[in-house]
Design a protein around this ligand. Structure first.
Ligand code: CIZ
Length: 303
């Protein structure tokens, strides 16, 4: 079947099932093209809660589908490929977090949204890469913050707070292994270009950036800037919305590392199969969902 036939069949089945397709910015272009909503993980989960659809097909990774299930427990959440996990989320377990809590009994635990529902359930509050600084500074009673599981985001956040930040030594392998030499080479090849970086990149790469921000912040930055060439330090899927929104601008990826293999496990074929079989379903059990939702709601209350 051709890509466009697959896309048409999916759209028809979405309609028949009263389902919506949510796609993350890091998804394949042909998946982004037919999504009802395109966004970062938090925006997608919030939109999922607002819709009247009965079924949410999540073209993203496991923790994102879990977030949708946490926020919308009455909807059926489908993740078309169960192998679509997040290597960063896997860098912490409930047992290792319990150990860290013992070691730092006074620390508040701030958990990046890229984490399992179970880890969120054991956290004080969640954050995203867009609101990490605000979330940390909102914790007026806490002097010490254990930031999990992304050490790079924790170190970046530490620059904007007086609190003591204890970074968890996890990382996203795709962002973390972008090399400063690769960025320097891209800058040399495109001397007029700006370099924008995601805070999951390592410290040396972040230090080279003209702008640091979450995927949504990067998209907004690229829309507003008058500079025509931009080197983009995040996963390659973001090039799809960037090019679509800014056809007159040139976007350059500095590194071959920036391809999230698990995001790419979601394909038109498995989205179609998932809609036909209504599997695999992601359902967070209530005992985990309720405390995890508390940590997410606490974050959403931060202004
Ligand atoms: O939260 C997300 O969607 C991710 C993975 C990154 C970002 O900056 O939006």
């Amino acid at each position: 079947m051709s890509l466009s036939d697959l896309q048409s069949e999916i759209r028809a089945l979405l309609h028949e099932r009263n389902a919506i397709l949510l796609a993350h910015y890091y998804q394949r272009e042909e998946v982004q093209e037919i999504a009802d909503i395109l966004g970062d993980s938090l925006a997608l989960s919030i939109e999922a809660a607002r819709t009247n659809a009965d079924v949410i097909v999540f073209a993203g990774v496991h923790f994102m589908a879990e977030s949708a299930s946490i926020i919308s427990p009455d909807k059926t959440v489908l993740l078309p490929h169960l192998g679509a996990g997040c290597p960063l989320a896997d860098k912490i377990t409930p047992a290792s977090l319990a150990e860290a809590r013992k070691k730092y009994p006074d620390a508040a635990v701030v958990t990046y949204i890229n984490s399992s529902a179970e880890i969120k359930a054991h956290s004080d509050i969640c954050c995203t890469s867009a609101n990490a600084v605000k979330v940390v500074n909102s914790l007026t009673d806490a002097r010490q913050i254990l930031m999990i599981p992304d050490g790079n985001l924790a170190r970046y956040t530490a620059r904007f707070t007086d609190k003591e930040i204890i970074p968890w030594e996890g990382y996203c392998p795709f962002h973390h292994f972008v090399l400063p030499e690769e960025v320097a080479r891209a800058k040399a090849e495109h001397p007029g270009a700006l370099f924008i970086a995601h805070p999951e990149c390592n410290e040396a790469v972040v230090a080279m950036a003209d702008f640091v921000g979450s995927t949504s912040a990067m998209i907004e930055f690229c829309r507003k800037t008058d500079v025509r060439e931009i080197i983009v330090g995040t996963e390659i899927g973001i090039m799809t919305p960037l090019k679509k929104q800014n056809p007159e601008k040139i976007f350059i990826s500095p590194s071959e590392s920036l391809v999230c293999q698990t995001m790419k496990l979601i394909t038109l074929e498995n989205i179609l199969a998932s809609l036909k079989t209504m599997t695999p379903v992601i359902k967070v059990p209530e005992a985990i969902r309720i405390p995890a939702k508390r940590a997410l709601d606490r974050m959403l209350a931060v202004r």
